[in-house]
Design a protein around this ligand. Sequence first.
Ligand SMILES: [Zn+2]
Length: 329
Amino acid sequence: MKFEAVTLDMAILDFPTAAEITALHGAPLRSLADTGTEAVAGIVGTSAERVRARLTKTAGVKHLQAADDEDLRECLRVLRCWLTDPASYTSSGATPKIRRPEGIGQLPVPRTVKHAHGDMTCGLCADPVKAGDVVGRMRNPKDRLFVPMGWLCAHCLYERREKPRRRDVVLRIFHHFFASSAAGLNAHECDVLRIWLTETEAPAASSAWREEPLNGTLARLETSVTEGKGTTWIPMPTSCTIISALLDAPGSSEAETAILGAVAQHLNEWKTNPRGIEARRYGTGPRYRAAVLNATDRPTVLSVRGGPFDLHHTPSSVTETADAVDSTQ
Ligand SMILES: [Zn+2]
């Protein structure tokens, strides 16, 4: 028993902490998954092969070979749990069962859903996620324009289009702009944006609104809410005006102000290219924006997560026929 305790202590001492796991990239993640697997096998008295099979199942990963950095980080968090508390190796955590919203607020079925094995932050909204909270990953985007999102909180997995927060709408505008697209908002998101733009006088009094009045946009948001539309498209220049006008709106929470400020900063950097990214190498689209974002000298919650992310559109089967006309605007 004494020998096992010593082995256990040494294994934990050598193994990265939660913060170190978050900071790791590439090959070291893979080799730590191997050494961690061997260490757990030694401590619980089984083969590395069995530990590996249990590891992929617990971390929600099909094969270790196909795992990306985000999946490997989760593998390391699981291994760290087992090394810290070997009794947890045999306890089978039940898969969380969550009802997905229906209709225009529905998001696709996640690739994997589980209880978090360690503290982290959401890969989309950046909210803290505690060990034991529901987390999951969406399937990899089919369109290679988009990059895969990391582990998402339960709100971002299921509810961000059914019960959108103001931050969710801002994130949607950001990632659509990033991908060179108009922002597609469903009626719930239109309602949140409409209220935010009109509950005080400040947005309408902003210089951004005075230069490009948003009255027509407000009317379209209202129509979307009244008709329960699946998608209403907000053109890219209007998205910029909306962000600038909202920055002048008092009463926004600290988190809302922070995300608005980050979006405004990156929109400006994409326009001014302060680090002199060689635009010829990247063109003017998402690849250029990703390079500028990556090179920022003022990192934000958005720049560390990257993108653009595919935040999902309402499928046409649940979209009103009138949207076919709307989407061409
Ligand atoms: Zn989230």
